[in-house]
Design a protein around this ligand. Sequence first.
Ligand code: ADP
Ligand code: MG
Length: 320
Amino acid sequence: MNEFGLIRSFFAHQPVQRADVATGIGDDAAVLDLPPGCQLVVSTDMLVAGVHFLPGTEAQAVGYKALAVNLSDLAAMGADPAWFTLNLSLPAADEVWLRGFCEGLFGLAGRYGLQLVGGDTTRGPLTVGIQIAGYVPSGQALLRSGARPGDGVYVTGQLGDAALGLMCLQGQLQLADSDRVRVIQRLERPVPRVREGQALRGLASACIDVSDGLAADLGHVLDASGAGARVELAALPLSPVYQGVHGRTGWDPAVAGGDDYELCFTVPPRHEPAVVERMRPFGGVRRIGVVESAPGLRLRDPSGAEYRPQADGFDHFRSP
Ligand code: ADP
Ligand code: MG
């Protein structure tokens, strides 16, 4: 199959057809209508085989996750996702692999009404780059820079299961089969918190998605906001599986593990009741700490002692 046959067979026809796509795949660029009174929100994220996923990861999981991590970035901005482009580098035009990849990719795209509007396809090491775009009402994007002393610090969902999943795949943790399946699912099929992010518009003072670990990502919010925070480890939302292995793994998977794709956000006291109310349909949120004026993140364990994670957040270019 040649390049154009491949694009035609796998990417030209797709489930979602949005009315705001004036021109999609097939021209030199896409032409898109932005709703009046909105700002464009754009992000991109790349998955490289051997770096972001283990070689041999099933194609469906790669297609799903490549889009999920991008959706998570728009979720963290409180945006409505609408369109994406796909840069694909493939070692070979493997049709079985491509079919699985498209199943994972378009399955998730369909759930959020996202349309693929262009891309680029080349031969090379397996790499999936997605650029995603969406919009927010002007001035309402959730930024990292708005946290103020006294604001509550919150997270959605549960932390650390994805890191436990990675430990299972790497042979560092043994779990019962059903638990193992569950945490690997959390690693390979994160659910982007898109509706939660939208619900936080007008209420949260800052927001980020937890991709590199809570300490690292909350640290980015605090740096951007010129503030610090205190977080109570006892308040971290941990799954039953995590609670069962906590004695073996400690706090690090929840504090420094990556790939959870939950939202971490701050809320001024006057908005806290409304946030709790608005997040109830999504399974609720957990208040884990408070923003303080002294810079730095202070983690307190249940005994009241300060806790320092053994690992930092993931950094591709960290010096050895
Ligand atoms: P150009 O030479 O202008 O870069 P291409 O031949 O690379 O165009 O692509 C032809 C059309 O197919 C373009 O509209 C491009 O956006 C689209 N396309 C190419 N690869 C992909 C892909 N992996 N996913 C979606 N659309 C793609
Ligand atoms: Mg091209």
